[in-house]
Design a protein around this ligand. Structure first.
Ligand code: NIG
Ligand code: FE
Length: 405
């Protein structure tokens, strides 16, 4: 090990390493070299001959891995506050979608927005997440629904990763809803969406492929076709599965080795067994559950007993979850789903990293990316306990201290 770098001392470290609760270290230290962690351990055991270029005394502040929001729809035009009012008056989310509102109303607003407008609004949202310690963000397309507009949205997502100090993973979600120009011809639309993938991949715009398998989305057979097209290009898949009904989507996605299945309120025992075998992450989205006033809980205990890794994400989008806070999702995962605060934090660190296929982050350990957040808190359970409050004080992303958290 080189003996230089930036040294962070006297932290309460929640490393999220397996084996002990929170991977806890009471008086810990981190050595950062380049964009990596070079050394992590008890402060008292720091190598004696270190000559750090910079030294920070954290005076007992809590440090966690940088948070990972592994499911967002951050790029879109417009908003859906009027739809929120309609739902409060009794209109259903599915009924609004079937009447041409819902996702399709956001598609119209997205197509009407310029690239710069899409970028500026998405960047403002990304900054809100970053202020709460987020260092990795997944961003889906799915409000373009044509070759040009899907590619535009993916390009905006890529640009976020280039221009903001965070990692952005781009997911194609062309199979989100059926655009009006393909009304009555969902299979033709799926053919088209499959044909766009190679070009988007060649342009470096896509890291994974998602679909919405549900009564107002696409059938398992259509989902299967988009997944085959993805896998022919070597792209990993994930699925909006079992959100509003049980379509057997999770088992289908698991057969394709999906990184994650997301939502899962209607997940069956068959789906859980398939996810266990494939090692697919269960991505729970308490914000959408809350905002749609769902009553059917995802099968948390059965997922635990099967040993399926559980992640938490914001699902930020204008229709089912306009929240801009991942910390709020930790609180909701505990209050609504009865997850423990430690499960919730694992859900936005180590298990979220797994859901993105990024084993180089989500924990604090040597050789992993130097992505971490410093909090005004004594214990990590406080991150799930408070809500409507941001205790994030500093963020290091890829070894670089952000100008402001
Ligand atoms: O994850 N379920 C499908 N997609 C989004 C909602 C999209 C929207 O309503 O605009 C979700 O909840
Ligand atoms: Fe979603």
């Amino acid at each position: 090990m080189k003996r230089t770098g930036a040294l962070w001392r006297h932290a309460r470290l929640a490393t999220m390493q397996p084996g002990t609760p929170w991977g806890w270290l009471d008086d810990g230290a981190l050595l950062v070299q380049g964009d990596r962690l070079a050394w992590v351990g008890p402060d008292a055991k720091l190598p004696r001959d270190l000559r750090p270029d910079a030294e920070h005394d954290l005076q007992g502040a809590l440090v966690t891995p940088g948070l990972i929001d592994a499911h967002t729809h951050l790029v879109y035009g417009g908003e859906r506050a009027a739809e929120f009012e309609l739902r409060l008056q009794g209109a259903g989310y599915e009924a609004i979608a079937r009447a041409g509102g819902g996702i399709l109303s956001t598609v119209a607003a997205t197509r009407a927005a310029t690239d710069q407008q899409l970028f500026d609004s998405a960047a403002a949202r990304a900054r809100a997440f970053m202020a709460e310690g987020v260092t990795t963000l997944e961003v889906k397309s799915g409000y373009g629904l044509s070759q040009v507009h899907e590619s535009r949205c993916l390009a905006v997502a890529r640009r976020l990763g280039r221009e903001l100090p965070l990692t952005v993973r781009c997911t194609s979600l062309a199979a989100h809803a059926l655009p009006a120009e393909y009304a009555g011809r969902p299979d033709d639309y799926i053919d088209a969406a499959c044909s766009w993938l190679a070009g988007q991949q060649a342009a470096g715009l896509v890291d994974a492929v998602d679909a919405f398998c549900d009564t107002i989305g696409f059938t398992p057979a259509q989902t299967d076709r988009i997944f085959r097209a993805a896998q022919a290009l070597g792209l990993p898949v994930k699925l909006h599965a079992e959100q509003l009904s049980d379509q057997g989507g999770a088992a289908l996605a698991a057969r394709h080795g999906a990184l994650s299945c997301d939502h899962l309120e209607h997940l069956s025992a068959v789906g859980i067994a398939a996810m266990r075998v494939s090692g697919t992450v269960a991505m729970l989205l308490p914000g959408a559950y809350y905002f749609l006033r769902e009553t059917r809980l995802p099968p948390l205990q059965a997922l635990r007993e099967a040993g399926v890794p559980i992640a938490i994400a914001s699902d930020h989008n204008p229709g089912s979850c306009p929240a801009l806070s991942l910390l709020l999702m930790l609180n909701m995962a505990c209050t609504l789903f009865r997850m423990t605060p430690e499960e919730a934090l694992r859900g936005v660190t180590v298990n979220a990293a797994r859901a993105l296929g990024l084993p180089d982050r989500g924990r604090l350990a040597p050789r992993l990316r130097a992505d971490f957040a410093v909090w005004d808190a004594e214990h990590p359970r406080e991150l799930a306990y408070r809500f409507g409050h941001n205790p994030c004080r500093r963020v290091v992303c890829g070894g670089v201290l952000r100008a402001s958290a």
